[in-house]
Write a protein that binds this ligand. Structure first.
Ligand code: SF4
Ligand SMILES: [Zn+2]
Length: 301
C-alpha cells in the first residue's frame, strides 16, 4: 500500500474548510462555478426560433443602426439551455431512436477535417476527404438565411422521412415541467410553420436536395422528468394563413427596411400603452423606437 501511504502524506492534517460544509446547495456553491452569461446577438435578420415574439420595428432599428442585442442570462437559465443543446445533439447523433432505422436525414460534418459531408442518413463510410471513421461524423443542422423580400434566418433541428418521398421538418423541444403536454404551443407552431414556409426561398450553400412536405411538420417534446407513460410527445404542425400571414409580414417589413430605410410602425401593444407595457420595457430598442416616433421619423438613412 505504498501508494496510499505516499498519497496520504500529501493530505493536510487539519480539517479542510470545504469538509465543514454539510448543506448540499452550499457544497455545490463551493465546488461548481455558477457564472451568469451575457450573450450578444447582431441585429440582422429575424431568427425564426423567436419570430412569434419578434418586433419588426425593433429588428429594423437594430439592423439599420448596425447594433447588437446583449442579453444577460442567469446561470439557472444557462444550465437549462446547455441541457437542451446537449439533448439536441444526442437525438441528432443517435438517429436509431426513430421508429424506422434510417429515417433521420440531413447534412453531416466530419469533425476531424471539418468538411461538410453529403445529405442523407448518417454516413456509414469513412470521410471522403480525410479518411476519418464514421464515428467522427456529426449532424449539421440545416441553416438558411434570406435577405429579400423576407429577411429571416433559420436552423432546423431535423428532417424525418415518413414515407417514400415524404420528408418533414421536425423541431426538438425539451420540457422540464410535470404537466402533461396536450398540444404544441403557439410559438412552437409559429416556428415550425415558418421553417416550412421560408426555407422554400433558400438558395444558400445548404439548400436541400429534397422537397419538404409543405402540409405537415412536427414539434417533438422530450420530457426531462421521469414520465414512463409519455417520455416524448409529438404534435403535427399544419401551417395556416392565420398563423403565417403576420409572420410573413414581419419578415417583409424588415426586408423593406433594409432596402429602403423605411421603419415599420411601432407595435400596437407598445403604442396604445405609450411604451409602458412589459414588452416595451424589455425591448432593447425602446429609446430609439419612442424617440423616432415622437419626432415623426419614418426612415433611417
Ligand atoms: S418598444 Fe415595442 S414597438 Fe418599439 S421596437 Fe420595442 S417592441 Fe417594437
Ligand atoms: Zn474528414
Amino acid at each position: 500500500m505504498k501508494f496510499l501511504q505516499d498519497n496520504d502524506s500529501n493530505v493536510p492534517k487539519t480539517d479542510l474548510m470545504v469538509d465543514k460544509v454539510a448543506d448540499g446547495t452550499e457544497l455545490s456553491n463551493n465546488l461548481i462555478r455558477y457564472p451568469d452569461t451575457r450573450r450578444s446577438y447582431n441585429y440582422s435578420r429575424i431568427y425564426i426560433s423567436s419570430i412569434a415574439t419578434a418586433c419588426a420595428r425593433e429588428e429594423s432599428i437594430g439592423t439599420l443602426l448596425k447594433l447588437k442585442k446583449s442579453i444577460k442570462f442567469f446561470y439557472a437559465n444557462v444550465h437549462m439551455m446547455n441541457f437542451g443543446t446537449a439533448f439536441h445533439y444526442w437525438v441528432q447523433n443517435n438517429p436509431d431512436m426513430f421508429f424506422e432505422k434510417d429515417t433521420f436525414l440531413g447534412w453531416w460534418k466530419c469533425r476531424a477535417c471539418g468538411k461538410q459531408r453529403r445529405f442523407g442518413i448518417k454516413p456509414k463510410s469513412n470521410c471522403g476527404q480525410c479518411g476519418a471513421l464514421p464515428a467522427a461524423t456529426e449532424y449539421l443542422e440545416y441553416k438558411f438565411r434570406l435577405d429579400y423580400p423576407y429577411r429571416v434566418s433559420g436552423k432546423v433541428d431535423g428532417i424525418l422521412q415518413v414515407a417514400p418521398n415524404v420528408y418533414r421538418f421536425m423541431d426538438i423541444k425539451t420540457d422540464g415541467t410535470k404537466d402533461d403536454i396536450v398540444t404544441a404551443t403557439g410559438n412552437d407552431i409559429a416556428q415550425v410553420s415558418s421553417y416550412m414556409f421560408f426555407h422554400q426561398f433558400d438558395k444558400g450553400p445548404m439548400t436541400l436536395p429534397i422537397k419538404i412536405d409543405q402540409k405537415v411538420g412536427y414539434v417533438m417534446y422530450f420530457k426531462k422528468l421521469m414520465n414512463p407513460k409519455a417520455p416524448h410527445k409529438t404534435f403535427k404542425v399544419q401551417p395556416t394563413e392565420r398563423v403565417l400571414d403576420p409572420l410573413i409580414k414581419k419578415a417583409e417589413l424588415l426586408g423593406t427596411a433594409v432596402k429602403t430605410g423605411e421603419l415599420p410602425d411601432p407595435a400596437d401593444i407598445c403604442l396604445t400603452n405609450r411604451w409602458t407595457n412589459p414588452r416595451a420595457k424589455k425591448c432593447t430598442r425602446l429609446q430609439e423606437c419612442k424617440s423616432y416616433y415622437e419626432k415623426g421619423y419614418k426612415f433611417i438613412r
